[in-house]
Design a protein around this ligand. Structure first.
Ligand code: UDP
Ligand code: MG
Length: 315
């Protein structure tokens, strides 16, 4: 049995060497064989030369390097495409995903699970981040069809058939958390204590997180559009009821002119709602635009996987 470890790396020169030593040491006690598939996501630092060195000294290590930064989603996709394992583990390069947990994953995999998902605790996270995450998951689980769990990320083991199923999903806007949940199969979750990043810094700014959250909401189905329709209907009913009330009052008391504030507030509020809804429709149209272009998810600049890079992915 072959286990593949897929590692997306973006500017990880400080830690990638230690990561490799750590993982190989940890997995040396494994029964089966293992391979490491590093994906250099267009790093600007020495990540690629270091990966080349690692690959030169360790035949179990292979790498794919992108022509520029295409994002972690693209890097994971490339890693899954190049992984040959019967089971594939996706792991961050920053040692925030403890390599020793792979044993636990494999034990659960042996029990017949197709996805073994590691769920991190939120130890060390800022309170604000924990709370926004909680609110976000509450909201998103009401909007998308698949169940998303707080603390669950990309650190997981996937069986071969799960990987193949995910590779069948060729959409351009990839929201892996959702894709993993979408393919289904038998899955199980276990919890681990969150480790604080030791070197380098997280590539997630608040703005990036916000956009990622929005992607999650919009890239899965059109329920937000449905919500927009309902909101419109509610607003129309409220307006009709208010109109009826005004007419009633006018009939009983005669016409009175005040109402400037009401008018102003109503007009601005409705304009705001319309802008948001227009933006929402625009988001979906934008997504369609990206999908119909059928551009490759990434371009490969260098690789030693020995596997032919499909024409569409060649730089
Ligand atoms: N990563 C990547 N491409 C990017 C950003 C990040 O391949 O554009 C990789 C990064 O090298 C790391 C993993 O994705 O291995 C998680 O990134 P990070 O640690 O910055 O995210 P966090 O742990 O804060 O969620
Ligand atoms: Mg990290």
């Amino acid at each position: 049995m072959l286990i593949s470890i897929v590692v997306p790396c973006f500017n990880e020169e400080e830690i990638i060497g230690r990561f490799h030593d750590h993982v190989t040491a940890e997995l040396s006690t494994l029964d089966g064989e293992f391979e490491l598939v590093y994906v250099d996501d267009g790093s600007h630092d020495r990540t690629l030369p270091i990966l080349e060195e690692i690959a030169a000294t360790d035949p179990r290590a292979r790498y794919v390097s992108f022509s520029r930064n295409f994002g972690k989603e693209a890097a994971m996709l490339a890693g899954l495409q190049h992984a040959d394992g019967d089971a594939v583990v996706i792991m961050d390069a920053d040692l925030q995903h403890p390599p020793e947990l792979v044993h636990r994953m494999l034990a659960l995999y042996a029990e017949g699970y197709d996805q073994v998902i590691a769920k991190r605790t939120r130890t060390g996270d800022r309170v604000t981040r924990t709370l926004t995450a909680r609110a976000y998951y509450w909201l998103i689980n009401r909007l998308v069809d698949v169940e998303l769990v707080d603390g669950v990320g990309d650190f997981r083991l996937l069986s071969r058939r799960t990987v193949d199923a995910i590779l069948e999903l060729t959409e351009y806007n990839r929201f892996s958390k959702g894709l993993f949940a979408w393919v289904g199969f038998r899955s199980t979750t276990f919890e681990y204590e969150n480790a604080v990043r030791e070197q380098g810094r997280s590539k997630w700014s608040f703005g990036k997180l916000l956009n990622y959250g929005l992607d999650g909401l919009l890239s899965f189905n059109n329920k937000p559009l449905r919500a927009a329709v309902y909101l419109g209907l509610i607003l129309v009913s409220v307006a009709l009821a208010y109109a009826a009330w005004i007419v009633g009052v006018a009939l009983v008391n005669g016409v009175d002119t005040p109402g400037y504030v009401t008018l102003l507030v109503t007009v601005t509020a409705l304009a705001g709602v319309q802008m948001v809804m227009l933006g929402l429709v625009g988001e979906y149209v934008g997504r369609i635009y990206y999908e119909v272009k059928r551009r490759p998810h990434f371009l490969v600049k260098a690789t030693n996987t020995g596997r032919a890079v499909p024409a569409q992915h060649q730089a």
